[in-house]
Design a binder for this molecule. Structure first.
Ligand SMILES: CC(=O)N[C@H]1[C@@H](OP(=O)(O)OP(=O)(O)OC[C@H]2O[C@@H](n3ccc(=O)[nH]c3=O)[C@H](O)[C@@H]2O)O[C@H](CO)[C@@H](O)[C@@H]1O
Ligand SMILES: C=C(OP(=O)(O)O)C(=O)O
Length: 428
């Protein structure tokens, strides 16, 4: 297993390019299954999850070519096996996104249950409930969701779907299914994340009729057929937010090219309150900071977009660890998303967890500092928080199990090195 070796203490300066968003690219690769015509996606990030998704759709009989420049050409004209087997699904929960498009285009789908993951149990009951409201008959047997249309039906039927909670991939599954359903679908309590809007824009470019994306009520008028399109994947706000926290913590001055400040309001507001300077600039975001010890720790609660993203909680916590004062962080989305805490504590952080709440005593108020050690990455964003902590810790930090990081960050260590960090990958 690859590891990262980081020698902490260097500021970050210069420019870095923000890649396309993992959480937009994955549903958009699935959206290409909705048509027999070729689809071209631009700005697709080089990530393990994207490789897994390509493997999954190729296994269905789809042709998918990926170029070095981030272009992926998908032709689902030959799709002959509407199935997502466990072997390909087990490492990536987003494979549940195949369910909606397969059912909508073929009237049947067999998709393995994705299972839990380190951050929580992550059930898919709402996906099943919503698609059932559109008429799908879904049984769960032997670890698979087996879905089909009722006898005599040729298409799903539009419905009003109100989920029990806001679900991002659930909303995406319903959007894709509804695009080809008969009649109108109304999604109440829909997720409003920028990746939902990006997917909706792609579907509209394919001929879908969608209104209200980006709000909590989305209306979709189903059409008979969708056609091919070319779509550029939106910039990754979580990758951008991770770099913002890294620069705020280490100190320095960095421009994030293609970063979308308008997708990061909640995080940027907290960074400003902490004392970093963050501005939207032409084509990106600029962050300037004197470093973590000059910053004030900030409390926050994770909530659905436009609130503070759960996918940024761990990275901001690393910054809080070295700031002044005490902050309370509440994780409301996933029940087990403090796995990074014990590892940060191994680096010298002072954090107490009680259920959903973590209280961080910033080290700048004390005489202590983070000190390098070997730590274990437990999930994607936990890995990123350990990298940030390693960048500011005294001495050497080794982050083990970075396959989690590779799932969702495109060349992270090369990008950080380009900004002046002392970081290298140790191959297994
Ligand atoms: C590929 C992708 O886009 N992943 C993102 C997506 O995950 P994902 O779409 O899986 O997360 P959801 O928005 O669905 O989850 C929100 C909450 O609802 C619960 N829930 C969800 C569906 C369901 O059927 N039943 C149920 O109980 C989940 O366990 C969780 O507690 O949104 C999360 C919340 O912003 C992010 O952390 C992930 O990075
Ligand atoms: C939890 C995440 O992703 P996934 O839903 O793919 O596990 C994430 O991107 O932080």
């Amino acid at each position: 297993m690859d590891k990262l070796l980081i020698r902490g203490g260097r500021p970050l300066n210069g420019e870095v390019l923000v890649s396309g968003a993992k959480n937009a690219a994955l549903p958009e690769l699935c959206a290409a299954l909705l048509t027999a015509e070729p689809v071209t996606l631009l700005n697709v990030p080089q990530l393990q999850d994207v490789s897994t998704m390509l493997k999954l759709i190729r296994n269905m009989g789809v042709s998918a070519e990926r170029s070095q420049d981030g272009t992926v050409r998908i032709d689902a004209g030959g799709l002959n096996t509407p199935e997502a087997p466990y072997e390909l699904v087990k490492t990536m929960r987003a494979s549940v996104l195949a369910l909606g498009p397969l059912l909508a285009r073929f009237g049947e789908a067999t998709v393995s249950l994705p299972g839990g993951c380190a951050i929580g149990s992550r059930p898919v009951d709402q996906h099943i409930k919503g698609l059932a409201a559109m008429g799908a008959e879904i049984v769960v047997e032997h670890g698979y969701m087996i879905a089909k249309l009722p006898a005599g039906w040729t298409r799903l039927r539009g419905a009003r779907i109100t989920t029990d909670m806001v679900t991002v991939t659930g909303t995406e599954n319903f959007l894709m299914a509804a695009a080809l359903a008969e009649g109108e679908t109304v999604l109440e309590n829909a997720a409003q994340e920028p990746e939902i809007s990006d997917l909706a824009e792609m579907l509209i470019a394919m001929g879908a009729r969608i209104e209200g994306h980006g709000t909590s009520r989305i209306r979709i008028q189903g059409v008979d057929q969708l056609h091919g399109c070319t779509h550029r994947v939106v910039a990754d706000r979580i990758e951008a937010g991770t770099f913002l926290c890294a620069v705020a913590a280490t100190g320095g001055d960095v421009v994030l090219r293609h970063g979308r400040a308008d997708h990061l309001d909640a995080v940027i507001e907290k960074l400003r309150e902490a004392g970093a300077t963050v501005q939207a600039v032409d084509g990106g975001i600029r962050v300037h900071s004197a470093g973590g010890a000059t910053l004030k720790a900030q409390g926050f609660r994770t909530t659905e977009y436009p609130g503070f993203p759960t996918d940024m909680q761990a990275q901001f916590m690393a910054l809080n660890c070295i700031a002044q004062g005490t902050a309370t962080v509440t994780e409301t989305i996933f029940e087990n998303r403090f796995m990074h805490v014990n590892e940060l504590v191994r680096l010298g952080a002072r954090i107490q967890v009680d259920g959903k709440v973590a209280v961080i005593e910033g080290l700048a108020s004390t005489s202590a500092r983070l000190s390098g050690a070997t730590v274990m990455a437990t999930d994607l964003r936990a890995s990123a928080s350990l990298v940030i902590a390693g960048l500011v810790a005294d001495g050497e930090t080794v982050v083990d199990r970075i396959y989690h990081l590779d799932r969702g960050y495109d060349c992270m260590e090369a990008k950080l090195r380009g900004l002046g960090a002392d970081i290298e990958r140790m191959k297994a």
